[in-house]
Design a protein around this ligand. Structure first.
Ligand SMILES: Cc1cc2nc3c(=O)[nH]c(=O)nc-3n(C[C@H](O)[C@H](O)[C@H](O)COP(=O)(O)O)c2cc1C
Length: 403
């Protein structure tokens, strides 16, 4: 406990020293990497997904989108673990012997028609000492063409059948956690089906199906694999809103505990997922970009957030804002908002004038050398506040008088 704040937590009864878990991705590609992550302070790790027939990866399989001097979106065409199940079972056993208090989460993918494959992998991870088991129903590339990965997560019948194979097998006793894709029409429906089939919780989300476009100098697609490319998986901070929506929906229904994943790059991001109800979070891309050491910064940021609000333990705020996200029809209609400019902060850049004139309601105009809002014309849409680089525009609400 530091400054009266503790980051200890539990997920499905398993204790974690802190809620930051490495997602199944290149940072968990080998047992040695997981050891170094634990030494750096990560609370747990999900192994890179293992399967019965590992394949070599293609080279040059990544692409990125940059903004503000850093990578804000990442695409990959990476396959599953290149190691055999036996390699992984040996490594899990060895890591657990040296780090008994650090939860290891197995991650497996089998054929949608083969209970044997799934059960062999599940029992192997469990017997080696894995504390929890993720079922990868969500990889968007390489696997769906073969009826695996996201092809399973997008088909509630397949996903429920495979979850049931695990849940009904008396020899598989560790909690079963399907890892879901957001690329579905209704993630709640899938979650409810899987809850009925025996899922103990969920991990959401995996990468998002994408295509990263062309290099306009060479006219080659990205990533460029011999002048060709394929549809890949989008990750990193750009997908956080997609992940937040999926986690919000799953926390509301069926309400099983969710390991949140997708676009988490700071402790503040983690706090947002926790406000929805996620007890732990997973991080993939940001670790690839900045290394295991970022966990110290993430923990510090989460502690700072807790200190702002006087929260002492994670359960003080986990889930407390879950029900602020609702269906459109339930939003209050008796509120009026008006934009107000704090001219002492305004840089006179004119962004609000341009945006309101051509994308809003023509309520902001220059008055001599400063923007002025005509509050009668202002519809309260907030566009001016979104574009203001100085944070000088605030939306002030008032309740409409009943007629
Ligand atoms: C290069 C790469 C490889 C990945 N491999 C796997 C995998 O083997 N199994 C899996 O379940 N998810 C895999 N993922 C998805 C991540 O676990 C995670 O769900 C996703 O990247 C979103 O989180 P992030 O924005 O923190 O990266 C991979 C992601 C990346 C970027």
């Amino acid at each position: 406990m530091k400054n009266g704040v503790s980051l200890q937590t539990t997920y499905l009864g398993i204790p974690f020293a802190n809620p930051f878990i490495l997602a199944s991705a290149p940072p968990t590609a080998t047992g040695d990497m997981i050891r170094r992550a634990f030494e750096a302070g990560w609370g747990g790790a999900v192994i890179k997904t293992l399967c019965c027939n590992p394949e070599r990866n293609l080279a040059n399989r990544f692409a990125s989108i940059r903004g503000g001097g850093r990578v804000i979106g990442f695409e990959n065409l990476e396959l599953l673990s290149e190691y055999t199940p036996e390699d992984w079972f040996r490594d899990i056993r060895a890591i657990k012997a040296d780090f008994p208090d650090y939860p290891i989460i197995g991650s497996i993918m089998g054929d949608s028609h083969s209970p044997d494959e799934w059960l062999t992998l599940a029992k192997g991870c469990q017997d080696a000492g894995a504390d929890l088991l993720e079922l990868n129903f969500s990889c968007p590339h390489g696997c769906p063409e073969r009826g695996r990965g996201a092809a399973i997560g997008q088909n509630p019948d397949y996903a429920a059948r495979i979850t049931g194979w695990m849940a009904e097998c008396p020899e598989v006793t560790i909690p079963i956690i399907p890892k879901l894709t957001a690329a579905v029409a209704d993630i709640r429906h899938i979650g409810e089906e899987l809850a009925r089939s025996g899922a103990a919780g969920f991990c959401a989300i995996n990468t998002v199906p994408s295509f990263f476009g062309f290099d306009l100098k060479t006219l080659r697609p990205r990533p460029d694999i011999g002048g060709m490319t394929s549809y890949g998986g989008y990750s990193g901070s750009g997908i956080k809103p997609i992940a937040l929506r999926a986690v919000a929906e799953l926390c509301q229904s069926p309400g099983l505990p969710v390991m949140a994943c997708g676009g988490i790059v700071s402790g503040y991001d983690a706090a947002e997922f926790m406000l929805l109800g996620a007890p732990v979070v997973q991080v993939g891309t940001e670790v690839m970009l900045r290394g295991f050491g970022i966990v110290s910064e993430m923990k510090r940021d989460l502690e700072t957030f807790m200190e702002w609000h006087g929260f002492r333990i994670l359960s003080d705020f986990t889930g407390i804002r879950r029900d602020t996200v609702t269906s459109f029809g339930k939003l209050p209609t008796d509120l009026q908002y008006k934009a107000e400019i704090d001219l002492s902060r305004c840089s006179r850049c004119g962004s609000c004038v341009d945006a309101c004139r051509d994308g809003g309601c023509q309520a902001v105009a220059w008055c001599l050398d400063q923007p002025q809002i005509d509050s009668n014309a202002c519809s309260g849409c907030s566009l001016c506040g979104q574009v203001c680089p100085a944070g000088a525009i605030e939306m002030k609400s008032q309740r409409l008088a009943a007629c």
